[in-house]
Write a protein that binds this ligand. Structure first.
Ligand code: FES
Length: 131
């Protein structure tokens, strides 16, 4: 079995068998960040996937029912995200729980432009990211 995930705006679709996907030590296992690390998709993660920033903010367009419920830590942190929507999640905390179905997820423009707009300097005190 596998779950199909389409990433916007790149419009890159991948098929992920969560049962055989290795954990890449970033964010929760089977989170969007974990999937991104496995498939070479660039998703910012300034705090290393520890629910301590908002750079991994993603917006669900389809398939929210396949994900874990949002816990209080994620909700509190997400409140600080730019361009927050009703379908926002933190990519390192939202875990894909069903190994079947289709998800479409967008990386918001603010995050895509993050590095280019000097985000690195603003996060000088945050844990160094690995790539
Ligand atoms: S990478 Fe920092 S909260 Fe997700």
């Amino acid at each position: 079995m596998a779950v199909k995930i389409t990433w916007l705006p790149m419009n890159k679709t991948i098929e992920v068998d969560l049962d055989s996907m290795p954990y890449k030590e970033h964010g929760k296992p089977h989170s969007f960040l974990d999937v991104a690390k496995n498939f070479g998709i660039h998703l910012e993660h300034a705090c290393g996937g520890n629910c301590a920033c908002t750079t991994c903010h993603v917006v669900l367009k389809k398939g929210e029912e396949l994900l874990s419920e949002m816990d209080d830590d994620e909700a509190d942190r997400l409140d600080m995200a730019a361009d927050l929507t009703l379908h926002s999640r933190l990519g390192c905390q939202a875990v894909i729980e069903k190994n079947e179905g289709e998800i479409t997820v967008e990386i918001p423009a603010w995050n895509r432009n993050y590095v280019g707009e000097g985000g690195e300097a603003e996060l000088a005190g945050a844990e160094k990211k690995d790539d």
